[in-house]
Write a protein that binds this ligand. Structure first.
Ligand SMILES: *Cc1c(COP(=O)(O)O)cnc(C)c1O
Length: 439
């Protein structure tokens, strides 16, 4: 039984029809490297590289403190509005700053304090662990008479008694149990918070449906867009989402540790309060009033001085994405994950791989996981010998991200060919199973 095996020429034909093909030239990619990890740390746009020199030499170097009045102070809101274009948010609702984890802390706490009589928080076991830790920390803080540094101790004995419902998942599951999720949302639910695209399997939640269901029960909804922003169309306003957070160093290519963003729907901006009151979220910070008064709109969720160089580099990095447009990116991304799923089936399943992502492209983001008992050692061999960079997520996921702006179909074909060769030649066998610090 031999299935159709696509040739490299077939991949080149797909490239010839690709309307986004020319964007690749706008990125710096090391010679002969195939980069399947743009979902974890996006590649560097050349525009961002050039801009970084201008920011350091002219803005920091020469403008010095005058820079605050020449586009630094406004940057969180200005760049927030640009990101808003990618996530379906009208101006004035997205603000850039801090990290995803910190923004989750601020917004989840705001959501819970908006509905103090409701005690249930719903999330799932597929969520990024940091998101779960933040929720546990909030629970520890709100519910304990004396919050415990270990998070254990007094939890549940205090005044609040919040309950975190984590819709279960076993290691083998790749999609959530929607029936369990939907039936867990009840009248006592204050907050439903989920990753829009799951970091391991790439499963894409139906934002509209979950948001509607939660609203029917009177719950608020907070979406983590870290793996969807810049890769799938997000329609926050249209879905009537309450809150969202997201990352800028993944598909937005903002550079390592570039600041995150948060979204607060206009409808609840007035009522929602930040749990961290800092001078960047103060109404008139340069009045140096001794008492806090929140700034208008989403800006009140800022806290203190932001990493301006990193933020401005990220702004430059957004340009190619905004030019390409999210719908064209999604169209190419679907072709890529379909091609990748097909190559997995024909080339890699015979070596014991299985697809760890939804088979239906409408239900996944821009990465797929392929699973193999030797996944960790295969990942090492690919990085160290084959000049291919995927990443590994326990227990057995080799995660392959396809950033449509700078990957060609020939790259995709070549990448899978390198994986196939590692399996054929059993190159992974010489690596220890002992894991490195960062996988
Ligand atoms: C990448 C990612 C984060 C990163 O959080 P930081 O606080 O910015 O380090 C958080 N949540 C999800 C779902 C992610 O994918």
């Amino acid at each position: 039984m031999t299935a159709f095996s696509p040739s490299r020429d077939f991949a080149l034909q797909l490239d010839a029809q690709d309307k986004l093909a020319s964007f690749k030239e706008q990125f710096f990619i090391p010679e002969n490297l195939i980069y399947f990890d743009g979902n974890s740390l996006g590649a560097m746009p050349k525009a961002a590289q050039e801009k970084s020199r201008q920011i350091v030499d002219e803005q920091w170097g020469a403008d010095l403190i005058r820079g605050w009045n020449k586009g630094w102070w406004d940057a969180p809101a200005r760049i927030g509005d640009k990101i808003g274009q990618l996530v379906g948010a009208a101006a004035g609702q997205v603000i850039v700053g801090d990290t995803v984890s910190i923004n989750l802390f601020k917004l989840a706490t705001a959501a819970l304090t908006l509905q103090p009589q409701k005690k249930r928080i719903i999330t799932d076991a597929f969520n990024f662990p940091s998101d779960l830790y933040i929720l546990q920390g909030i629970q520890n803080l709100l519910d304990s008479e004396s919050p415990s540094p270990s998070g254990r101790g007094a939890r549940g004995e205090g005044k609040g008694n919040h309950e975190i419902i984590r819709i279960g998942a076993s290691d083998d599951d790749i999609t959530p149990d929607l029936v369990a999720l939907e039936s867990a949302i009840d009248e006592n639910t204050a907050l439903v918070t989920l990753s829009h695209v799951l970091f391991k399997s790439g499963y894409l939640y139906d934002m509209r449906r979950i948001t509607e269901l939660a609203h029917q029960k009177g719950a608020l909804v907070l979406w983590d867009l870290s793996h969807s922003v810049g890769s799938v169309p997000v329609r926050l306003d249209d879905c009537n989402a309450d809150f969202a957070i997201g990352c800028t160093y993944k598909y937005l290519n903002g550079g390592p540790g570039s600041p995150a963003f948060l979204y607060v729907n206009k409808r609840i901006q007035e009522k929602a309060s930040s749990p961290i009151w800092g001078w960047w979220g103060q109404k008139n910070p340069f009045d140096f009033d001794l008492d806090y008064q929140p700034a208008d709109g989403a800006r009140k969720f800022l806290v203190g001085t932001q990493p301006m160089i990193s933020m401005l580099i990220m702004e430059a990095a957004l340009e190619p994405l905004l030019q390409a447009g999210i719908d064209a990116l999604r169209e190419k991304s679907i072709l890529m994950t379909n091609f990748a799923a097909f190559l997995t089936e024909t080339w890699l399943v015979p070596f014991g791989f299985s697809l760890g992502s939804p088979a239906d492209s409408a239900k996944r983001g821009s990465h797929i996981s392929i699973r193999h008992a030797e996944g960790y050692r295969v990942n090492r061999a690919l990085i160290e010998e084959m000049n291919l960079i995927p990443d590994f997520r326990a227990p057995d996921n080799l995660r392959l991200g396809f950033a449509p702006l700078y990957l060609s179909f020939a790259d995709l074909w070549d990448g899978f060919d390198r994986i196939r060769r590692v399996m054929e030649e059993k190159r992974y066998e010489k690596y220890p199973s002992q894991k490195l610090d960062v996988t």
